[in-house]
Design a protein around this ligand. Sequence first.
Ligand SMILES: NC(=O)c1ccc[n+]([C@@H]2O[C@H](COP(=O)([O-])OP(=O)(O)OC[C@H]3O[C@@H](n4cnc5c(N)ncnc54)[C@H](O)[C@@H]3O)[C@@H](O)[C@H]2O)c1
Ligand SMILES: O=C(O)C[C@H](O)C(=O)O
Length: 340
Amino acid sequence: MRPSVMRSAAQLLRRRNYSSASGQQARKVAILGAAGGIGQPLSLLMKLNPLVSSLSLYDIAATPGVAADVSHINSPALVKGFMADDQLAEALDGADLVIIPAGVPRKPGMTRDDLFNINAGIVKNLCTAIAKYCPNALVNMISNPVNSTVPIAAEVFKKAGTYDEKRLFGVTTLDVVRARTFYAGKANVDVNTVDVPVVGGHAGITILPLFSQATPSTNALSAEEIKALTKRTQEGGTEVVEAKAGKGSATLSMAYAGAVFGDACLKGLNGVPDIVECSYVQSTVTELPFFASKVRLGKNGVEEVLGLGQLTQFEKEGLEALKGELKSSIEKGVAFANLV
Ligand SMILES: NC(=O)c1ccc[n+]([C@@H]2O[C@H](COP(=O)([O-])OP(=O)(O)OC[C@H]3O[C@@H](n4cnc5c(N)ncnc54)[C@H](O)[C@@H]3O)[C@@H](O)[C@H]2O)c1
Ligand SMILES: O=C(O)C[C@H](O)C(=O)O
C-alpha cells in the first residue's frame, strides 16, 4: 500500500473516530498462531488494513517480539501481543474476526491429513476458547487439514451452543489465487482481470477449479491444457512443500490469501455490497455438509452460498471424484470433536 494511501486512510479513520454513523466500524481482529510462518506476514498485512482498529496477536511463543515489531508501523490498528493459555481470553475478547493459522505445516511426502493428529487438538482447544470469549466472531480457519478442521470447529461450537453456520469459514482463497495466476499465465491474459471459482475442499483432488467459468474467458486453451492447469492447482501446495524441502509449506502466498479473505469478511461485516469469495462453509450445494463454493458475504457473515453454475463433463467428473475423500475428511473431523 502506498504511504499516501495509508496516510489518508489513517486520517479518514481518525476524523470519523471509527463511528458507526459513518459506516466505518471499529473492528478487532485476532490472529491465533501469529508468530508462525503464515502468522507473521499475515499480521503485517492485517496491520496495513485500514478496516482494522485493533489487532490481537496470539501464539504459544514469540508474540511479544512480533507484536512490538508490527506495532511500529504507522497505520491505525492498535497491536497487542498475547502468549500462552492464560492470555487467550484477553486476546479474543471482543474480536469481530478470528483468523487461525495455528498448527504444524507439511513436510515433503506428507498429505494434509497427516497433520490431523496434531492440528485437530490445537483447533479444538482454540475453538473452545472462541466459543467462550468471542462467540459472535467470524472465524477464518487456515489450519490444515481444512476439510476436517472446519467440521471440528463446527462441532465444538455446537457443543458450546454458539454455532452459527454463517460465521465459520474454511479459507480456500489460496486455491483461487493459484488458479488465477496459473490461468493468466497459460491464457496470456492480464492477471489483474482474472477470476476463477474453485470449489470442493482444500486437499488434492478435492480442490476443483472451474476453468470453464474463468473470466476473461478464452477459447485458446485445449482440453489437455485445462487438465494440466487443474492438476497444477490441485497440487500447488505440494509444489511449494517440495520446493521448501522440509522448511514448511506456503506462508507468503497464504498470508496474502488470508489477508484478502479477511478483508472481504470485514467489508461484508461493514455492509459493503457484493462481496463474493470462494470459501469452505456449511453448504447444501451438494449432498456434503461442508463444501467450498462462491459465498456472498454480509453483515452476519455468509449471506448466501452460491451454486456451482454450469459444469463441463470434465468438471462434473472431478466433482463426483472428490466426494468420497471430502466426505470421509468431514466425518473424521466430526468424530474427533465428539470424542470425550
Ligand atoms: N488453508 C490454506 O490454504 C493453508 C495454506 C498454507 C498453510 N496452511 C496451514 O496453516 C498452518 C500453519 O502453517 P505455518 O506455515 O504458519 O506453520 P508454522 O509452524 O510456521 O506456524 C504455526 C504457528 O502456530 C503456533 N501454534 C501452535 N500451537 C498453537 C496453539 N495452541 N495456539 C496458538 N498458536 C499455536 C506455533 O507456535 C507457530 O508459531 C498449517 O497447518 C498449514 O498446513 C493452510
Ligand atoms: O500444502 C500445504 O500443506 C499447505 C496449504 O494447504 C497449501 O495449499 O499451500
